[in-house]
Design a protein around this ligand. Structure first.
Ligand code: LLP
Length: 430
């Protein structure tokens, strides 16, 4: 998937039909900018690649981008949601996703979250441990309902991705151990209040090799046979998410078609409804982080391009050494080699080291590419910086779809204890 909706027209980078300087003038920087067209293209590409799968449910991994407008758009594309918290449930429901099209994953669902999800009529619970199944069954019985659930199994497969986003090794916290799965299944399936109807699997994110995924899916197939041989009814299998995207120019990633072909091959005789939980594949290329160069500062070996976006706005480079392409909004054709960093007071607040980039100077606009997934949602207010706003472009139109949360608003949430008096209202110098 390339970032085609973000292209140069007459020398100026546009988001679809909107010049990015117009958005910068209207909204300020830094700001996330999403392309509706790109979201639709990716959502359809994923669906089309799974065309041979007759019974399927597409559940967008809300954690990748919980913006209400993004979720509303994906709901219109026929996507439900994969959620991991009560907060994500709130977002998916508010976007208009039917509760029945929501699956609830996550290793630490609380009693309160499970109860709220039952009350909302969430379609399926992906159980991460036996005790969670017991708790869910009891909560369901108390309400006179029956909770549809699947058991998440840890297949012990190395996904070959960054350790921080790998989830399918047995030392990871996710799912029940493969060798314990059949016994746990046999106990939970007898619980009144629980309609245990299959299994779930997810081995990690940003997978650049489908080999481990195929191994994991084959292990799931073997477990399905074991469970059926023991007399269990297996009707739903959740295959998780994880399909990676290209971040660097020249990155060659597995296509959605290649993924679809593996799914078709491995699951051909499973006779189940398959659930898919793509996040990054749908949203990553559909977003950029728009930023302004504050300074170009001399450095020991290369100049520092200091931008007004920082690790609190886009955490992926600091957390995972992730690469995000950097481009000037009005490139001159000249190039420079530079380090790119934000204003936060940590050396970890670095986006690139010794990278060849478009020549920029103070006041220029630039973008970090492929920031539509795990971007805004991972933002924080570290250094008392504003929470970055989000903008959705659709053709020639754009709208702010998440306001900048200002330091003033953040301050208004804080309180002094009664023994400390009142906050000081800042006065301007005369
Ligand atoms: N399903 C489950 C159970 C998951 O844990 C995840 C991601 C997904 C689906 C969606 O995976 P995707 O299709 O997006 O790869 N913050 C990290 C990524 C963390 C992913 C966590 N789980 C990053 O910025 O790379």
């Amino acid at each position: 998937m390339d970032d085609l909706p973000f292209v140069l027209r007459a020398g100026v980078l546009h988001a679809e039909g909107v010049p990015l300087p117009v958005i910068a003038q209207t909204v300020g920087t830094p700001a996330y900018v999403y392309s509706a067209a790109a979201l639709r293209v990716a959502a359809r590409a994923f669906r089309d690649a799974l065309a041979p799968i007759a019974r399927k449910q597409l559940a967008f991994a809300v954690k990748a981008n919980p913006n209400l407008a993004v979720l509303r758009l994906l709901a219109a594309e026929g996507y439900g949601a994969d959620i991991v918290s009560g907060g994500e449930m709130l977002h998916a429901l508010a976007a208009g996703m039917p509760a029945s099209a929501i699956v609830y994953s996550g290793v630490g669902k609380t009693r309160g979250e499970l109860a709220a999800a039952l009350d909302a009529g969430i379609g399926q619970f992906n159980l991460e441990l036996e005790a969670e199944g017991e708790m869910l069954a009891a909560l369901a019985r108390a309400r006179g309902v029956c909770a549809a659930a699947v058991l998440r199994v840890n297949p012990d497969v190395d996904a070959g991705t960054h350790a921080k986003v790998s989830t399918g090794r047995k030392q990871n916290k996710f799912g029940v151990a493969y060798e314990d799965a059949a016994a746990i299944y046999a106990r939970l399936v007898t619980r009144e209040g629980l309609n245990l109807r299959g299994i779930a699997i997810h081995i990690g994110s940003q997978l650049n090799d489908l080999g481990p995924l195929e191994i994991a899916y084959r292990r799931a197939g073997a477990l399905i046979r074991t469970l059926r041989a023991a007399g269990h009814r297996i009707e739903h299998v959740d295959l998780g998410g994880g399909l990676g995207v290209a971040y660097r120019p020249g990155d060659v990633m597995p296509s959605a078609q290649a993924y679809g072909a593996i799914v078709e091959r491995v699951t051909r005789d499973w006779d189940v409804t398959l659930t898919f939980e793509p996040g990054r594949f749908v949203a990553a290329a559909a977003g950029v982080l728009l930023t302004e160069v504050v300074w170009v500062k001399p450095g020991a070996s290369h100049p520092y391009v200091i931008v007004d976006a920082a690790m609190n706005d886009l955490a992926r480079p600091a957390l995972y050494e992730a690469f995000h392409g950097f481009e000037a909004v009005v490139p001159t054709g000249q190039r420079m080699t530079a380090n790119i960093a934000g204003p936060v007071c940590e050396s970890g607040d670095s986006f690139a080291t010794a990278r060849e980039i478009d020549l920029v100077e103070a006041g220029d606009l630039a973008v970090f590419r492929t920031a539509g997934a795990y971007g805004a949602t991972m933002a924080s207010t570290y250094n008392c910086r504003a929470l970055v706003p989000e903008v959705l472009v659709d053709g020639d139109r754009f709208a702010v779809v998440a306001e900048r949360v200002t330091p003033e608003a953040m301050l208004a949430h804080q309180r002094l204890p009664f023994w400390m008096g009142e906050p000081v209202t800042p006065r301007r110098a005369a």
